[in-house]
Structures are given as C-alpha cells and as structure tokens.
Design a protein around this ligand. Structure first.
Ligand SMILES: *Cc1c(COP(=O)(O)O)cnc(C)c1O
Length: 346
C-alpha cells in the first residue's frame, strides 16, 4: 500500500471512529422545573437550547450530570446497564447541590424514550450508546450567589461511542498528585461540573511536565481517584480500593466490579491507603482505573513529583485486570447473566 492510500485509510478509519463524546444522537429529552414542579418531558431534535444569560448554572455552577451506557446485544436488543443506580446518583448529586431533584420515574422514562428513539444509532459492540442526563439551574437572576436556582432544566443526551482512551487498551501513564485536591472534599461524591474545572489545572500541568494520560489525586498522601475514574489495586486473589466517603465519586463501575469480584476469586478490601502502600503493591501487583467510559483501564506506570517513574508490575496491562474487565464487559454485552436488576431492556 502506498503512503497516500495508507493516509486515506487512516483518515477514513478515524472518520468512522470519532473521538468519545463528539457525536450527539439526533434526539434528546427535555423537562423543565418551574413553580415548584417538573413539566412533562418532551423528545426534541438535538439542537442548541435557549437559556437566559442570567441562568444560575452559568454563574454559580449549579450543574450535575450522569454517564452510563446502553449496549446492543447479539440478539439485536438494546440494554441499559445499571440505569437505576445512575438515576439514584443523579438525585444524590442534585440534593448535594440543593437543586430541584429529578423524579426517578420521570428520568427513567426520559432515558428509555431517548434510547428507543435513537436505537438505530447504537453502535455494535465494543461500541455503545453513552447516555448523559444533565441538570442545570436556569432562571434569569444574577443575584443568586447564595440561593439555589428556582428553575432548572433536565436534559437527556445520547452519544454513540466507540473507544474512550485514544490509546485504546495501552497501559496508562498516571501522575501521582500528592499536593492539590481534585475538588472540595465534601463534593467528591457529587458529579458536578465544577469538580472537573477544579481538577483541570493539576491535570494540564502534569500532562505538560510528565506526558501522562491521567492524574491520580492523593491529597495528603491518601490515594483517592483520577479526574473522572476510580482507582483499584489488583493482584492474585485480592482487590484494594478506597472505602466510600464524600471525597470521591462512588463509581457504578467500581461497585459492579466489587460485586462480581468474589465469584472470580478476589477478596475485596475497601479502606483508606497511602501512596507508599500503593507503590509497594505495584512492584509485583496491578493497578487500574474504572469508569463507564473505559470500564477498566490498566495503569502501566506511576510517576511522582520530580519525575521518578514506578513501573506497575511488568508495565503492561496485567492478567487480573484483563480478566475482571472481560467479566464485566461480558455482562454488559449480555453474554453472561447479571445480578438481578442490572439491565433494562428497551
Ligand atoms: C463518573 C466518574 C467516575 C466513574 O463513575 P462510573 O459510575 O463508574 O462511570 C469516577 N470518578 C469521577 C470523578 C467521575 O466523574
């Protein structure tokens, strides 16, 4: 193949596989909160929304969101993975920000209506339809710095996705950030926009200085999580991950992995642990990041301030990480039965 043909093919392939989140499905669901109640929702063509420049979210950060996936199974059906858990977390985020709480049944109806309408846009496995409910404080008063929004908009977006990390399943380079926090410690468990803005400075600095894929936040030496993924240490027969508290996001992928781990022969330990213990562990153990987008991504190298690099095991994605990932992926694809209530067929 000549160079030009190669280039064309590469261009065609990347055109067929757009980056994660860059394509929005054609339909979205919208509901509005006004005068103390939610309107009925509507399906609309995905298009710009009209809000006041005085909208609360634009000034005071009243936003939260969710991220989960619907998968096309081999029998052609579309199945949403752990929708109820994500809806419960969305409601928890809204409460944490003192925003109008979406009604669980209404949000479920919005999600399933969107999935049903765009079912033709759901990619084949390993692709999926990423679902992104979002809640924003609206209204038109810029005087609400110490008041929750009186009005809000709930939108369910969908996005066909293929691969999350552009590096595919390559082992990740991860910077160990021991100084700055990802976000305020009481908001870690809330999936709110400001947390990602708060983590951006440290993330960009580490990328520039150490060419890393991700930053693992370990304020005061306690291992927490990455900017948008939980962190697990894995080895033969054992998984160690931080115990749930308000400082980090309670991932549904983390929960799912820990739920299936005992059947795969892993003993699960949930507790606080420090950077020193993590570095001991990875001399011959494995480390991975978990989240809906990437499921479970192996860490190959940890980099500390000053640039010292610590190889995780062999530096490749380890066998236990692969096995755990495949076990969960098989459930998401409907190849293996899940615990009751984990999938919603649309
Ligand atoms: C969304 C998110 C996760 C992963 O949560 P899942 O429910 O597994 O997708 C982890 N950490 C942060 C900060 C997140 O925003």
């Amino acid at each position: 193949m000549n160079a030009q043909a190669m280039q064309t093919r590469t261009a065609a392939e990347s055109a067929a596989r757009p980056a994660f989140g860059t394509v929005l499905a054609g339909t979205m669901a919208v509901a509005n909160y006004r005068d103390g109640k939610w309107s009925t929702h509507e399906l609309q063509k995905t298009a710009p929304i009209v809000i006041s420049p005085g909208a609360h979210a634009l000034h005071y950060g009243s936003t939260c969101f969710e991220g989960f996936k619907a998968y096309r199974w081999a029998d052609g059906s579309i199945n949403i993975f752990r929708m109820d858990k994500h809806i419960a977390r969305m409601r928890q985020s809204a409460r944490g920000l003192v925003m109008p709480e979406p009604d669980a049944a209404q949000l479920a109806a919005m999600v399933t209506a969107v999935v049903d309408r765009v079912r033709g846009e759901v990619p084949e496995a390993p692709g999926a339809l990423y679902l992104r409910p979002m809640l924003i404080g609206t209204g038109s008063s810029i005087g609400g710095a110490s008041m929750p929004p009186s009005e809000a908009m709930l939108i369910v977006l969908a996005s066909p996705v293929w691969d999350y990390f552009s590096s595919g399943s390559k082992p990740l380079r991860v910077y160990v950030e021991e100084q700055s926090m990802r976000c305020a410690p009481h908001l870690g468990m809330i999936k709110t926009g400001g947390n990602y803005a708060a983590a951006m400075g440290a993330t960009m600095a580490a990328r520039k200085k150490h060419q890393v894929d991700q930053v693992l936040f370990c304020p005061g030496g306690e291992v927490q999580e990455a900017a948008a993924a939980n962190f697990l240490l894995i080895r033969d027969g054992r998984i160690l991950t931080r115990s749930l508290d308000s400082t980090f996001l309670h991932g549904v992928t983390r929960d799912s992995l820990l739920a299936i781990a005992p059947d795969l022969g892993f003993k699960v330990e949930e507790r606080i642990f420090k950077v020193d213990e993590m570095l001991d562990w990875v001399t011959d153990g494995e480390a991975a990041l978990s989240g809906t987008a990437a499921v479970l991504a192996g860490v190959g190298t940890l980099i500390r301030a000053g640039g010292r690099e610590h190889k995780v095991g062999t530096g490749e994605v380890g066998p236990h990480t692969r096995r755990l990932r495949m076990a969960l992926v098989s459930m998401q694809r409907g190849e293996v039965p899940t615990p009751a209530g984990w999938t919603t067929r649309v």
